[in-house]
Design a protein around this ligand. Structure first.
Ligand code: ATP
Ligand code: MG
Length: 324
């Protein structure tokens, strides 16, 4: 059984311009101990999906319209806010994109990393310090005993991200949600942070949802992948199967936009065409206007995510029909 099973989540924003269907029927699952990569271009609904699970979508204008999110057998979307807050940071932890803004500049690192322990386990003083030290060492912070009493500004970007991860780990969560944890960092540090997360996943049997717009990161670290486009998952598969044979034209286009090893360092090639409009009701496949394989019926037919091969699902009706 999956640790987290999300089905048909819809999170819409009710704005003056109309209803923005940011998340419009997302289904995905994460197994215990598994690392799931969630990829898709900017605005595809990756963050809003996971914010919805944790009750972090600003409301108004956001509203969870429908869906079910079973975590350890309970529906997160139906949970009273108090209970959800208690679960958050204890069983599910989240690491954000920008460690500079996520840490409080006026609190020492030790005090911040200790916070979840104080809130969830009632630990303070020496007992909390021991656990903080353990966590800081686990994420590779050298000389932690001395450095824990410094303020965040004394740490580099990569080290601050390590501090965020240490904070997330203190309560041994079953699921870590990492939202673009490496985008703000330079390439070498990115690789170190990814290796750190992958190592923790392996050693602690912790499940990870790794949100990224970088397929290279997915190839390197993830067991499975969910590809998002315009508020939906359009393809999901094991990483191996996805790279071996993508079964959605959007995934194929994403792969073509990756620089090959031959021109390493070259900028990403953008996918031609306009990003989708999320306002109002959509018919047919949202990717059809940019799709190299689209047929007329793609613009009108419903396109549900269907498993065409065991463990490999696609929302492309032409792939489902075996037409490409
Ligand atoms: N408060 C809000 N009001 C209106 N629309 C919103 C709000 N928050 C998010 N959205 C819209 O929801 C859509 C999905 O946003 P989301 O942040 O989930 O994208 P993302 O896939 O995480 O992108 P990125 O890779 O840039 O982080 C976007 O089109 C965004 O404009
Ligand atoms: Mg995001």
């Amino acid at each position: 059984m999956a640790l987290l099973e999300l089905s048909d989540l819809r999170t819409w924003f009710h704005t003056r311009e109309g209803v923005v269907r940011a998340v419009d029927g997302v289904s995905l699952a994460i197994g215990a101990g598994e690392m799931l990569g969630v990829v898709g271009e900017s605005g595809s609904g990756k963050s809003v999906t996971f914010y919805s699970l944790l009750g972090l979508v600003p409301s108004p204008p956001g509203r969870i319209e429908s869906g079910r999110a079973l975590f350890e057998g309970r529906d997160l979307l139906q949970m009273p806010p108090r209970e959800l807050r208690n679960l958050r940071g204890r069983r599910i932890a989240m690491v954000f994109q920008d460690p500079m803004t996520a840490l409080n500049p006026y609190m020492t690192v030790a005090a911040q990393v200790a916070e979840p322990l104080t809130v969830h386990e009632g630990l303070s003083g020496g007992a909390a310090r021991v656990r903080v030290l353990e966590a800081l060492r686990a994420v590779g912070i050298q000389d932690a005993e001395r450095r824990m009493d410094l303020y965040p500004h004394a740490f580099s970007g990569g080290m601050r991200q390590r501090v965020m991860i240490a904070m997330a780990l203190t309560t041994s969560p079953a699921l870590l949600i990492a939202d673009e944890p490496t985008t703000a960092l330079d390439v070498t540090v990115q690789a170190q942070i990814l290796d750190l997360i992958a190592g923790l996943q392996r050693d602690r049997g912790m499940a990870v949802a790794l949100i990224t717009h970088d397929l290279g990161v997915v190839a390197r670290a993830c067991d499975r992948v969910a590809v998002m486009y315009a508020g939906r998952v359009v393809e999901s598969a094991t990483t191996e199967a996805l790279f071996d044979r993508p079964r959605h034209p959007y995934t194929e286009a994403l792969m073509h936009s990756l620089p090959s090893t031959a021109d390493a360092g070259a900028p990403l090639r953008a996918i031609p065409g306009m990003p989708p409009d999320l306002l109002g009701e959509r018919t047919g496949c949202s990717f059809a206007p940019r799709c190299a394989h689209a047929a007329d019926r793609c613009r009108t037919a419903a396109c549900a995510l269907v498993e065409t091969v065991p463990g490999h699902a696609t929302a492309c009706i032409r792939a489902q029909a075996g037409e490409w």
